[in-house]
Ligand binder design. Structure first.
Ligand SMILES: Nc1nc2c(ncn2[C@@H]2O[C@H](COP(=O)(O)OP(=O)(O)O)[C@@H](O)[C@H]2O)c(=O)[nH]1
Ligand SMILES: [Mg+2]
Length: 325
């Protein structure tokens, strides 16, 4: 037996939010990722304009930027002119005030079985990948999971879901390409009930070319799931590509109006987006953020944490955030 301390202590790898901070920092560098430029300055007109510009470039959007600046002006009134630390804290507080109310984790109550999570979003947003990550996350919590291949438009979509099922060793219910997605999900719920499965993760298609058709299809899926269990789907989770900037906000509003969202997962925070789009969405939609994704692997997703996200966005270091896995 090898008792060397080196072998027993796994190498420290940066934790999720450290990686998020690094990836946001890797972006265009115009965002909020380092507040060094703030040092030694008071909130005069010039600095206000600079903050405004940086917020807009970070995808925060006009309305939400205005809210943040108004809040900053109020707190700056009680700060000394060169108290940039105070100003940074005030900015942090403004962002937190917007994000904190949306940090409501996904919980799976023990009395709702199977718990049905319907994943929606446009093509390429990361639905299927997020299902794979989520299956892993839920299995880690000791829950049994079943995947439903509700994107029946392309055979490749079912194969991709099947691959995630294999990787996580969870069953996948699918039908032939072209099958009715509502029927696939109905079958999956029936199977889940028969096998006492805890959670069903239902994939859906997300073609952009026909928004109305897509929304009607999703409404039908919701209706048919409700025939198995009036409360299903318990979670209608929008998966959003955060690198789309303000377009992501428009998608969120659209899906929320059509089917009433209960949660949002933001993907691709490693993908060039500045992260400020979460502020815009949080400020304008009363829908919780459940998870954020920073890559294509299973471990590249974590529950949304408003404090840690804000610190990552502002480039604040959290020395504790190291994982030992
Ligand atoms: N960099 C990065 N890529 C992602 C992330 N989530 C998904 N992807 C990739 O985005 C592409 C589309 O994802 P997919 O799950 O197929 O999207 P879907 O069409 O909504 O099901 C795939 O190549 C994924 O590997 C993420 O958080 N970061
Ligand atoms: Mg897909």
């Amino acid at each position: 037996m090898n008792t060397s301390a080196d072998k027993d202590t796994p190498p420290k790898k940066p934790g999720f939010f450290s990686r998020l901070r690094q990836r946001l920092n890797r972006g265009k560098g115009l965002g909020l990722s380092s507040l060094n430029w703030l040092t030694g300055r008071g909130l005069d007109e010039e600095l206000e304009e600079e903050i405004e510009e940086r917020l807009l470039l970070a995808d925060v959007g006009v309305e939400t930027t205005e809210r943040i600046l108004n809040g900053l002006r109020k707190s700056a009134g009680s700060l000394k002119n060169d108290d940039s630390e105070g100003l940074k804290k005030a900015l942090q507080a403004e962002l937190l005030a917007i994000l904190k109310p949306r940090a409501i984790p996904l919980t799976i109550p023990a009395d709702k079985r199977p718990y049905v999570i319907l994943m929606v979003g446009v093509n390429g947003s990361g639905k299927t990948t997020t299902i794979g990550k989520l299956a892993h996350h839920l299995k880690d919590q000791g829950l049994s999971v079943l995947l439903a291949a509700g994107d029946t438009y392309r055979a490749a979509a079912t194969e991709q879901l099947q691959a995630w099922g294999d990787r996580n060793q969870v069953p996948v219910i699918s039908q032939k390409p072209g099958a009715d997605p509502a029927a696939v999900i109905y079958d999956a719920l029936e199977m889940a009930r028969a096998k006492n499965i805890d959670v069903v993760l239902a994939d859906t298609a997300g073609r952009l070319q026909n928004q109305e058709g897509l929304m009607r299809e999703l409404e039908k899926v919701v209706r048919i799931a409700g025939k198995q269990d009036p409360e299903a789907p318990h979670e209608k989770m929008l998966v959003l590509d955060s690198s789309l900037g303000q377009n992501a906000l428009n998608q969120a509003i659209h899906f929320n109006t059509a089917i009433g969202l209960t949660g949002i997962t933001m993907t691709k925070l490693d993908g060039g987006g500045q992260g400020g789009i979460l502020l815009a969405i949080a400020n304008q939609l009363d829908v919780p953020f459940r998870f954020i994704g920073i890559g294509e692997q299973r471990e590249d997703m974590a529950p949304f944490d408003a404090e840690k996200f804000t610190d990552a966005l502002l480039g604040f270091r959290d020395e504790q955030d190291t994982a030992t896995r």
